[in-house]
Design a protein around this ligand. Structure first.
Ligand code: SF4
Ligand code: SF4
Length: 146
Protein backbone atom coordinates (compact mmCIF):
# COMPACT_ATOMS: atom_id res chain seq x y z
CA UNK A 1 0.00 0.00 0.00
CA UNK A 2 1.32 3.45 -0.87
CA UNK A 3 2.43 5.44 2.19
CA UNK A 4 -0.02 8.21 3.02
CA UNK A 5 -2.07 7.35 -0.08
CA UNK A 6 -4.99 9.34 1.38
CA UNK A 7 -2.94 12.53 0.91
CA UNK A 8 -2.00 11.87 -2.70
CA UNK A 9 -4.91 9.97 -4.25
CA UNK A 10 -8.48 11.11 -4.79
CA UNK A 11 -11.25 8.91 -3.43
CA UNK A 12 -11.90 7.73 -6.99
CA UNK A 13 -8.26 6.71 -7.50
CA UNK A 14 -7.97 4.47 -4.43
CA UNK A 15 -7.81 0.69 -4.62
CA UNK A 16 -10.47 -1.29 -2.80
CA UNK A 17 -7.95 -2.10 -0.04
CA UNK A 18 -6.99 1.55 0.39
CA UNK A 19 -10.65 2.59 0.36
CA UNK A 20 -11.63 0.05 2.98
CA UNK A 21 -8.68 1.02 5.22
CA UNK A 22 -10.12 4.53 5.53
CA UNK A 23 -12.87 3.17 7.76
CA UNK A 24 -11.78 3.60 11.38
CA UNK A 25 -14.50 1.26 12.71
CA UNK A 26 -16.09 3.94 14.85
CA UNK A 27 -19.55 2.42 14.26
CA UNK A 28 -21.15 5.85 14.06
CA UNK A 29 -22.69 5.23 10.64
CA UNK A 30 -24.57 2.27 12.15
CA UNK A 31 -26.51 4.59 14.46
CA UNK A 32 -30.08 5.39 13.51
CA UNK A 33 -30.55 8.91 12.24
CA UNK A 34 -33.56 11.19 11.98
CA UNK A 35 -33.82 13.70 9.15
CA UNK A 36 -35.78 16.94 9.59
CA UNK A 37 -37.87 17.03 6.40
CA UNK A 38 -38.03 20.84 6.44
CA UNK A 39 -34.33 21.60 6.93
CA UNK A 40 -32.76 18.29 5.77
CA UNK A 41 -30.74 18.41 8.99
CA UNK A 42 -29.56 15.02 10.24
CA UNK A 43 -29.84 14.09 13.92
CA UNK A 44 -27.97 11.08 15.26
CA UNK A 45 -29.35 8.83 17.98
CA UNK A 46 -27.61 6.39 20.32
CA UNK A 47 -29.69 3.55 18.88
CA UNK A 48 -27.48 1.24 16.84
CA UNK A 49 -28.27 -1.44 14.31
CA UNK A 50 -28.95 -4.67 16.15
CA UNK A 51 -26.15 -6.42 14.29
CA UNK A 52 -23.36 -4.02 15.26
CA UNK A 53 -20.76 -5.71 17.45
CA UNK A 54 -20.87 -3.52 20.56
CA UNK A 55 -17.25 -4.32 21.48
CA UNK A 56 -15.42 -3.98 18.15
CA UNK A 57 -17.98 -1.52 16.67
CA UNK A 58 -17.74 -3.51 13.44
CA UNK A 59 -20.36 -5.24 11.35
CA UNK A 60 -20.24 -9.04 11.57
CA UNK A 61 -22.01 -9.26 8.20
CA UNK A 62 -20.10 -6.52 6.39
CA UNK A 63 -19.75 -8.17 2.95
CA UNK A 64 -23.40 -9.30 2.88
CA UNK A 65 -24.83 -6.52 5.03
CA UNK A 66 -27.65 -5.53 2.65
CA UNK A 67 -28.97 -9.09 2.93
CA UNK A 68 -29.39 -8.44 6.65
CA UNK A 69 -30.37 -4.76 6.51
CA UNK A 70 -31.61 -3.80 3.03
CA UNK A 71 -31.20 -0.05 3.54
CA UNK A 72 -27.70 -0.32 5.02
CA UNK A 73 -25.44 2.23 3.34
CA UNK A 74 -22.76 1.57 0.76
CA UNK A 75 -20.43 4.56 0.45
CA UNK A 76 -19.23 5.50 -3.04
CA UNK A 77 -16.44 7.92 -4.05
CA UNK A 78 -18.87 9.93 -6.20
CA UNK A 79 -21.45 10.30 -3.43
CA UNK A 80 -21.26 14.09 -3.45
CA UNK A 81 -23.69 15.73 -1.02
CA UNK A 82 -24.56 12.35 0.49
CA UNK A 83 -21.28 12.42 2.42
CA UNK A 84 -23.24 14.65 4.81
CA UNK A 85 -25.06 11.51 5.96
CA UNK A 86 -21.81 10.38 7.58
CA UNK A 87 -20.54 11.75 10.90
CA UNK A 88 -18.10 14.66 10.65
CA UNK A 89 -15.29 12.42 12.00
CA UNK A 90 -15.64 9.85 9.23
CA UNK A 91 -12.54 9.65 7.00
CA UNK A 92 -14.62 9.41 3.82
CA UNK A 93 -16.39 12.66 4.64
CA UNK A 94 -13.21 14.36 5.88
CA UNK A 95 -11.32 13.58 2.68
CA UNK A 96 -14.31 14.53 0.51
CA UNK A 97 -14.32 17.90 2.32
CA UNK A 98 -10.57 18.31 1.70
CA UNK A 99 -9.68 17.86 5.38
CA UNK A 100 -6.90 15.86 7.05
CA UNK A 101 -7.24 12.63 8.98
CA UNK A 102 -7.10 13.19 12.76
CA UNK A 103 -4.27 11.87 14.95
CA UNK A 104 -6.46 9.13 16.41
CA UNK A 105 -7.22 7.64 12.98
CA UNK A 106 -5.66 4.13 12.81
CA UNK A 107 -3.85 5.03 9.56
CA UNK A 108 -2.05 7.79 11.47
CA UNK A 109 -1.70 6.16 14.90
CA UNK A 110 -0.91 2.68 13.58
CA UNK A 111 -3.23 1.33 16.29
CA UNK A 112 -6.78 0.11 15.58
CA UNK A 113 -7.64 0.75 19.23
CA UNK A 114 -6.93 4.48 19.03
CA UNK A 115 -10.44 5.23 17.75
CA UNK A 116 -11.82 3.74 20.97
CA UNK A 117 -9.21 5.36 23.25
CA UNK A 118 -10.02 8.76 21.74
CA UNK A 119 -13.71 8.33 22.57
CA UNK A 120 -14.75 8.51 18.93
CA UNK A 121 -16.26 5.06 18.61
CA UNK A 122 -19.70 4.12 19.86
CA UNK A 123 -18.33 1.38 22.15
CA UNK A 124 -20.37 1.17 25.35
CA UNK A 125 -22.69 4.02 24.39
CA UNK A 126 -25.49 2.47 22.38
CA UNK A 127 -28.84 0.74 22.62
CA UNK A 128 -29.81 -1.99 20.12
CA UNK A 129 -32.66 -1.17 17.78
CA UNK A 130 -34.46 -4.42 18.56
CA UNK A 131 -34.68 -3.35 22.22
CA UNK A 132 -36.19 0.09 21.54
CA UNK A 133 -39.80 0.80 20.56
CA UNK A 134 -39.97 2.79 17.31
CA UNK A 135 -41.84 5.67 18.96
CA UNK A 136 -39.07 5.99 21.57
CA UNK A 137 -36.39 6.85 19.01
CA UNK A 138 -36.92 10.62 19.38
CA UNK A 139 -35.88 10.33 23.04
CA UNK A 140 -32.51 8.95 21.90
CA UNK A 141 -31.25 11.92 19.88
CA UNK A 142 -27.65 12.62 20.91
CA UNK A 143 -25.16 15.41 20.37
CA UNK A 144 -21.88 13.54 20.92
CA UNK A 145 -21.54 12.58 17.28
CA UNK A 146 -21.58 16.17 16.02
S1 SF4 B 1 -18.67 6.43 10.16
FE1 SF4 B 1 -17.12 6.18 8.57
S2 SF4 B 1 -15.26 5.60 9.70
FE2 SF4 B 1 -17.00 5.26 11.08
S3 SF4 B 1 -17.58 3.10 10.78
FE3 SF4 B 1 -18.83 4.33 9.39
S4 SF4 B 1 -17.71 4.34 7.43
FE4 SF4 B 1 -16.28 3.69 9.04
S1 SF4 C 1 -25.89 -4.21 8.76
FE1 SF4 C 1 -23.82 -3.94 9.55
S2 SF4 C 1 -22.98 -2.12 8.49
FE2 SF4 C 1 -25.22 -2.13 8.21
S3 SF4 C 1 -26.03 -0.82 9.86
FE3 SF4 C 1 -26.07 -2.95 10.60
S4 SF4 C 1 -24.12 -3.28 11.69
FE4 SF4 C 1 -23.90 -1.40 10.43
Amino acid sequence: MTDNFWQTLSLEEMTRTQWESLCDSCGRCCLHKIEDEDTNEIYFTDVACRYLDEETCQCPHYEMRQSWVPDCLTIYPDWGDKFNWLPSTCAYRLLYEGKSLPDWHPLISGDKNSVHLAGISVRGRTFRDDKIAQEEIYQHVITWVE
